[in-house]
Design a protein. Structure first.
Lengths: 447, 562
C-alpha cells in the first residue's frame, strides 16, 4: 500500500519535473514550481512494535527539521522530501527497508535506527550501496563505518563523564546493572577498565564478574532480560553493597524494565541520597511512561537536556511546539511532548548534513562525507557540535538530576568532549599488582 | 569571618546563603557551618529550602526598606493570594514583612520571582546538618537511620556528639546503632587498643555495615599494626558468616514472595483451566483489566483523568482526595478490579467460550484472538504507553528483621496469596456453590441430570476465576509496569504453575508455585545471574513433566472426557 503510494508519487513527481523543465521559462516561479525540485531523504525508524514509543519521537523531530529547512529555501535550492519507512522493531526488516531507501528511492541521506542491533543490521547495506546514515542514539562504540555518521554519544561522552562526576563526589563503589544486550555489556566492560584506571579496586565494583578460562574478564555487572519483573534479589544485593556507604548504581537498563527496578529500589528504602542511580537510558521522553516520583534526585548524563538555558534551545523548543500544533501528519502525538538528547542529536544531524552538502555543492555521498570529515560546526540546542574525522561529534556533556516534573536540573557541564569510539583496552589499570593495593599504588609514580 | 557567622542567627545565615545563587561553594560553607547548632529552627528552615519554599526577590527602582535598588533578598510568601495572584512577602532573615520605602507592605507574584534552588552538593551539606540535629530527634526510627549514616561516614569529628547521646539513649535499637557507629568512628583512631576494641565490638554485634570499613582497615594496617589487622580480619569473618545466614533467610523470603506472586497470578487460571478445562489464552488480559482498573481508581481518587478512546474525548472528574484517604485507594481498587475482571469474564464466557466447551483446541485459538482484541482495546482507550500507578506509602516501605529486608509490598503479597487461597478453598469446599462447581467439573452430564443448572454454574465459576485474575492485576500494578501487553508477561508463568501442579488440583498449584519461586530465587542467589536461574528452572520443569506428565498431583475422576 505504502510502497505503491511512494512509487506513484515518485512517478508523478518525475513527470511534473519534466513538464517544469520545458515550460519553466515561460512561467513565473510559483510555490508549486519550487516543490518539484526536491531531494529525497530517508527516515528509518520503528513506528510500530516495542521501540515505537521512543523512535516515533525521532521521526517527529526529523520531519520538523525538514519543514524548518524547507521553509528557508531547502538545501542547495532543493526542497527536502522525506521518505518515511517503518522498521517495525524488527531488525532484519530494517535492512530490507534500508535497501528499499537506497535502491528504489535513491535517498541522498538517511536518518535512523535506535537500537544497536538495528544499526548493525543496516550497516552492511549502507556500506555496500554507498549510502549515508546518521545515527543519533547513545551507543557502545567499537564501530566506525565510512558510511555512518554517529551523532550519538560515544561511551566517553556519557558513561565515563558520569563516572568522573561520581568519583569527584567521593563515591567509591559502583554497582553495574543493565539490560542483557550489546550496549550495556560493552559499556560496562569499558567502564570496568576505566574505573580500574582511576584506582577503584575490583572488589568495589558490584554486580559480579564473569571470566573466561584464561582468567580475562568477559562480562562485568548484572544483566536482566527485557521485560524482567522481579528485582528483589538484585535490590537486596545492592542494599548490602551500599551498607558500607559511598556506593552508587550505574544503570543501563532499557525501557520499561526500569519501572519494577525503581519501585523495588524505593521499597527497600534506597534513595538518591543513600545510593544514587546514574541512568544512561532514561531521558525526558522516557519519563512519559515512568513513575517520576520514584526517580526524583537520581542522575542522568546526556549531551542535551531540555532545561538547558540558551537562546537556541528556547527557540528550538518553542518552534517545535508550534510545529506540533500546526502539523497534520498522521500519528503525531501533540500533547505533553518534550525533547531529549536523541531527538536533538537527530536534529543536529540534519543541519550538519545540510551544511556539508552546501560546502560540497553536491549531494554525492563521497563528497558530503569528505566535507563532514573536515569538521563542520553547528550551534544546536545543546550547544556547538563539530564533526570529527572519525565520524563522531565533539560536543558538550551534561550531568543532570531528575526533578518531579520529569525534567533535569543540570549539575555539571563537560565542555567540548571529543567523541572516541574505540575505548576497549585504552584505559590501562593503574596497577598490575594485586588489586587490593590499587588505592595505595595510585600514589606511587608510574615506573 | 567565623565570628561574623556566629553572631548571625541561623535564620540570618540561611537567608544570607539563599541569595548566594552564583556562589555554590559559599552557600555550602554557610550551610555546613550550621552543623552542631541545636537551634530548633534549623531543620524547618532547611527543609523548607529543599522544598522550594524560599524565593529570591530583587529590589526594584527606588529599592525597598533597607535595600538598595537591585539588591537581592530572600523572602517567603504568605498563603493569601489576591486577585492578581499577589502574595504578602516577608523577609526571611527577620520574619518581618517586606516594606517599600513608604513603609507599605510589599506584595509579590510568585512566578515573577526566582525560586531558591538547591543542588545535589548543597543537599548533601544540608543532610549533614539535619543528620546531626536528628540525633536528638523524637522519632527513634529516624534517630537510628541518622546514627547509622554518621557511622558510615566515619568522620571522627562527630564522635563527641554520639558519645553524649549514647549516655542518654533509651531505645534499644538506637542504642545498638550508636554503639556500632561509635565503633566505626573509633576504627579511625590512632590508638591500636581502641581500634582492636572497636573491631571486637563490630564483630560481636555482626554489623553488616562495617564490612567495608573492616576490610579497608585490615589492608591499611597489614604491615604497620599486624595485631589490629588480625582483629579486623577475625571480625570480618564473623560478619561474613552472619551474612550467609542472612542471605539464606533473605532468599527464602524472596522465594516465598515470588511464589505468592506466581500463585496470585495462577490461581484464577487454576480454576478456569484446572477445574473447568478451558484453555484461556486471554487470562493475561484479564489480569491487565484488573491492573487498569487500579489505575482508574487511583486517578478517580486523585485529580481525575482525560480519556480519548476512539477519537472521542472526555474527562473523568476526580475526588481530589489527599492524605490517608488517597493512600487508601488501593483498598477500593481491589474489589473493583475483581468485579471488572469478573464482568469481562462473564462476557467472554457468554460470547465465546460457552460454544467451545467440548472443543478445547478451538477455545485456545478463539481466546488467543480475544486476547489480541483486548490488548488493542486497552491500547485504544489508555494509549500505547505504560501508565503510572503509584504505590501507597503503606506498600512502599520495609522492615529490617535480623538484617533481612522485608518489603511491605512483599509481605502484603504473601498475606494476600494466603487470603486468596484460603478464600478459594473455603468457597469450593464449604459452600453450596462450591459443591455445585465440583459436581459440574467432575461430571457435567450427571450434574445436569441431578437438576444442577450447569450453564449458570459455568458462568459463575468462570467469572470467579476471571475475578481472581483481576485481583492479581491490581497487585501487579504495585510492583511492575501497567501497559497493554502486561498480560503477555504473566501468561506463560500462569500456565507453567498450573501444569506443574497438576491440572485440576488447587493444592498442587500452591506447591508448584512455592517450588518454582524458591528454586528460582535460590538459583539466582547461588549463580548470581537472574537469567541463568530462570533457564534452569524451565529446564527442570521440562524434565519434571517428562517424568510426571500430569503434574505433581493427578486428579482422577470418572469423567469420560478425561
Amino acid at each position: 500500500m505504502k510502497l505503491h503510494r511512494y512509487l506513484s508519487s515518485l512517478l508523478l513527481g518525475g513527470a511534473l519535473a519534466l513538464c517544469q523543465g520545458s515550460v519553466a521559462r515561460a512561467q513565473a516561479p510559483t510555490p508549486a514550481a519550487k516543490t518539484t525540485d526536491t531531494v529525497k531523504v530517508g527516515v528509518l525508524h520503528s513506528l510500530s512494535g516495542t521501540m515505537a514509543i521512543s523512535e516515533t519521537s525521532l521521526r517527529d523531530i526529523l520531519l520538523f527539521a525538514f519543514d524548518e529547512i524547507n521553509a528557508k529555501g531547502g538545501v542547495l535550492g532543493k526542497q527536502i522530501e522525506p521518505v518515511v519507512v517503518d522498521g517495525a522493531s524488527n531488525w532484519p526488516l530494517f535492512a530490507e527497508k534500508a535497501k528499499q531507501l537506497l535502491d528504489q528511492d535513491k535517498v541522498a541521506v538517511t536518518f535512523g535506527c535506535w537500537t544497536s542491533v538495528s544499526r548493525k543490521s543496516v550497516l552492511p547495506v549502507f556500506e555496500e550501496k554507498k549510502g549515508l546514515l546518521f545515527y543519533p542514539v547513545q551507543y557502545e562504540g567499537e564501530e566506525m563505518s565510512p558510511n555512518i555518521f554517529y551523532t550519538a554519544e560515544a561511551v566517553n561522552q556519557q558513561a565515563t563523564p558520569a563516572v568522573d562526576y561520581m568519583l569527584s563526589k567521593g563515591y567509591k563503589k559502583f554497582y553495574l546493572l543493565g539490560s542483557d544486550y550489546v550496549y550495556p555489556q560493552t559499556t560496562n566492560l569499558i567502564l570496568l577498565e576505566y574505573l580500574r584506571s582511576k584506582g577503584v579496586p575490583l572488589e568495589n565494583i558490584g554486580g559480579g564478574l564473569r571470566k573466561d578460562e584464561a582468567g580475562n574478564i568477559i562480562s562485568a555487572g548484572k544483566y536482566t532480560p527485557f521485560g524482567h519483573t522481579d528485582y528483589q534479589q538484585i535490590v537486596a544485593e545492592i542494599k548490602q553493597f551500599t551498607s558500607g556507604g559511598k556506593a552508587c548504581v550505574i544503570n543501563t537498563l532499557n525501557g520499561d524494565t526500569n519501572v519494577p527496578f525503581f519501585k523495588e529500589y524505593a521499597a527497600a528504602g534506597l534513595t538518591a541520597e543513600t545510593c544514587p542511580v546514574v541512568s544512561f537510558s532514561i531521558a525526558e521522553d522516557e519519563f512519559r511512561g515512568l513513575p517520576a516520583k520514584q526517580l526524583v534526585g537520581q542522575l542522568g548524563c546526556w549531551t542535551y537536556f531540555q532545561s538547558i538555558k540558551s537562546p537556541e534551545n528556547k527557540k528550538f523548543i518553542e518552534d517545535f511546539q508550534k510545529w506540533l500544533k500546526a502539523t497534520n501528519t498522521q500519528g503525531i502525538v501533540k500533547q505533553g511532548r518534550v525533547v531529549d538528547s536523541p531527538m536533538v542529536l537527530s536534529y543536529d544531524g540534519v543541519y550538519l548534513w545540510k551544511k556539508a552538502v552546501e560546502q560540497a555543492k553536491s549531494f554525492d555521498v563521497d563528497k558530503v562525507v569528505a566535507e563532514l570529515e573536515k569538521g563542520i560546526s553547528f550551534t544546536g540546542p545543546g550547544g556547538v557540535v563539530t564533526t570529527q574525522k572519525n565520524h563522531h561529534l565533539t560536543k558538550s556533556v551534561y550531568i543532570g538530576e531528575t526533578k518531579a516534573d520529569g525534567q533535569f536540573k543540570i549539575l555539571q557541564e563537560f565542555k567540548n568532549v571529543v567523541g572516541e569510539p574505540f575505548l576497549k583496552g585504552k584505559f590501562k589499570a593503574a596497577v598490575t599488582t594485586p588489586v587490593t593495593n590499587a588505592a595505595n599504588a595510585l600514589a606511587v609514580a608510574h615506573p | 569571618m567565623a565570628t561574623a557567622a556566629h553572631a548571625e542567627s541561623p535564620r540570618e545565615t540561611v537567608a544570607h546563603a539563599v541569595v548566594l545563587t552564583d556562589n555554590a561553594d559559599e552557600q555550602r560553607r554557610l550551610v555546613s557551618g550550621l552543623a552542631g547548632n541545636s537551634d530548633p529552627d534549623i531543620p524547618r528552615l532547611l527543609n523548607l529550602w529543599k522544598e522550594s519554599g524560599f524565593f529570591i526577590a530583587t529590589a526594584p527602582a527606588g529599592g525597598w526598606q533597607g535595600l538598595a535598588e537591585g539588591a537581592k533578598v530572600a523572602v517567603t510568601l504568605g498563603d493569601d493570594k489576591d486577585a492578581d495572584d499577589k502574595q504578602a512577602a516577608s523577609v526571611l532573615a527577620t520574619g518581618a514583612p517586606l516594606r517599600d520605602p513608604a513603609g507599605q507592605p510589599v506584595r509579590l507574584v510568585a512566578t515573577d520571582l526566582d525560586n531558591a534552588d538547591t543542588d545535589f552538593d548543597l543537599r548533601l551539606a544540608m543532610k549533614t546538618v539535619l543528620d546531626l540535629a536528628a540525633v536528638t530527634a523524637a522519632d527513634p526510627v529516624q534517630r537510628r537511620q541518622v546514627v547509622e549514616q554518621i557511622g558510615l561516614a566515619q568522620d571522627p569529628a562527630k564522635l563527641p556528639v554520639l558519645r553524649e547521646r549514647v549516655k542518654v539513649e533509651t531505645d534499644a535499637h538506637v542504642q545498638q546503632a550508636l554503639r556500632v557507629a561509635i565503633a566505626l568512628l573509633e576504627l579511625r583512631s590512632e590508638d591500636a587498643a581502641t581500634q582492636i576494641a572497636a573491631t571486637n565490638t563490630l564483630g560481636a554485634v555482626r554489623a553488616l555495615s562495617a564490612r567495608d570499613a573492616l576490610t579497608t582497615l585490615a589492608r591499611e594496617t597489614e604491615t604497620t599494626r599486624p595485631q589490629v589487622a588480625r582483629a579486623a580480619q577475625a571480625a570480618g569473618k564473623a560478619i561474613e558468616t552472619h551474612l550467609q545466614v542472612v542471605n539464606f533467610f533473605g532468599t527464602l523470603f524472596r522465594g516465598l514472595s515470588l511464589a505468592s506472586v506466581l500463585l496470585v497470578v495462577a490461581i484464577g487460571l487454576a480454576i478456569t483451566f484446572g477445574l473447568m478445562g478451558i484453555i484461556n489464552m486471554a487470562h493475561g488480559e484479564l489480569i491487565a483489566i484488573g491492573a487498569y482498573t487500579t489505575y482508574l481508581v487511583q486517578n478517580l481518587f486523585g485529580n481525575g483523568m482525560a480519556l480519548s478512546p476512539f477519537g472521542w474525548s472526555f474527562r473523568l472528574p476526580g475526588l481530589n482526595a489527599g492524605g490517608w484517604f488517597y493512600e487508601s485507594y488501593f483498598l477500593f481498587a481491589l474489589p473493583l478490579s475483581f468485579l471488572s475482571a469478573a464482568l469481562a469474564g462473564v462476557l467472554l464466557e457468554r460470547c465465546v467460550i460457552r460454544f467451545l466447551y467440548r472443543r478445547p483446541l478451538e477455545s485456545l485459538l478463539a481466546t488467543w484472538g480475544v486476547s489480541l482484541v483486548l490488548q488493542q482495546l486497552l491500547r485504544s482507550v489508555f494509549g500505547a504507553n505504560n501508565v503510572q500507578v503509584y504505590s501507597p506509602s503503606w506498600l512502599s516501605g520495609h522492615w529490617t528483621v535480623f538484617d533481612v529486608l522485608l518489603g511491605w509490598n512483599r509481605v502484603f503479597v504473601i498475606a494476600f496469596a494466603v487470603a486468596i487461597i484460603a478464600g478459594t478453598w473455603a468457597l469450593l469446599t464449604k459452600t453450596p456453590f462450591g459443591l455445585l462447581i465440583r459436581a459440574v467439573t467432575q461430571n457435567r452430564a450427571m450434574a445436569a441430570c441431578m437438576g444442577v443448572r450447569t450453564e449458570r454454574v459455568n458462568v459463575l465459576t468462570f467469572a470467579f476465576g476471571s475475578g481472581l485474575a483481576g485481583l492479581a492485576g491490581a497487585f501487579l500494578a504495585q510492583i511492575g509496569n501497567v501497559g497493554p501487553s502486561l498480560g503477555q508477561n504473566y501468561i506463560v508463568d500462569s500456565f507453567m504453575t498450573v501444569v506443574v501442579g497438576g491440572v485440576g488440583n488447587l493444592f498442587g498449584t500452591v506447591i508448584s508455585a512455592l517450588g518454582i519461586g524458591v528454586t528460582d530465587q535460590g538459583l539466582q542467589q547461588i549463580l548470581g545471574n537472574p537469567v541463568l536461574g530462570k533457564i534452569l528452572v524451565l529446564c527442570a520443569i521440562i524434565l519434571f513433566l517428562q517424568w510426571k506428565p500430569a503434574g505433581l498431583f493427578v486428579t482422577r475422576s470418572r469423567n469420560l472426557e478425561g
